[in-house]
Design a protein around this ligand. Sequence first.
Ligand code: FPP
Length: 237
Amino acid sequence: MSDQNRIPQHVAIIMDGNGRWAELRGKERYEGHAAGIEPVRASLRAAVRNGVKYLTLYAFSTENWGRPQKEVDSLMELFCQSVISETPELVRQGVRVRMIGERSRFSEKVRSYLARAEEQTADGKILTLILALNYSSRSEITRAVRKIAARAAAGGTDPAAIDERTVSEALDTAEYPDPDLIVRTSGECRLSNFLLWQASYAELYFPEVLWPDFTEAEFDRALAEYARRDRRFGLVK
Ligand code: FPP
């Protein structure tokens, strides 16, 4: 195990490769997403065991609505089923569930299931699990700009006083620290509209493994890779 100082406080994961995993096995795409639940459990276990405090998972982007309706419906059902079935274990592990993204586009059912999971896990102190749902960075930043502009127009904010903190505090992630490590599985090396503002100084790691094959050992490998990185935040040593 690496030294405690080198454990990232916040890990964010782009869970990619479910479709390819399913195709390789002659299965339907939704079966790939269903197979993506065990790696979520494994990542949570590994994060808790290593003392990571925040874990953000990119579960559904604003662009994902453009997928075939059958796939979108099966993902919605998977979110509902899994947040309900996993909640007791999340409570046991001291995990608090939160969400970023715009929930207004979800059905009443999805919204109520998510709200229930948030309420029932609200006392979790060990780790905060942040689900990015109907999330995209550009949409989040646009909403933040709108909020700040409305306050300025109402005379509550002096435009000259707007600084980076003003922007950070208007984002969905206002309460959380920036991610230290962003992992994207399946060998794709891009951020795809995920935490673009917050990723400014994040370390990026792109393992080849497809998300359904991601294990606790893979999570540990990501942390080991992070521990080797030399973070300078634009400064010199
Ligand atoms: C990307 O793989 C994956 C998704 C769009 C969905 C991820 C969702 C889950 C794993 C379910 C998690 C559930 C909870 C409650 C956290 P892809 O379909 O783009 O894969 P491909 O690039 O191989 O086609």
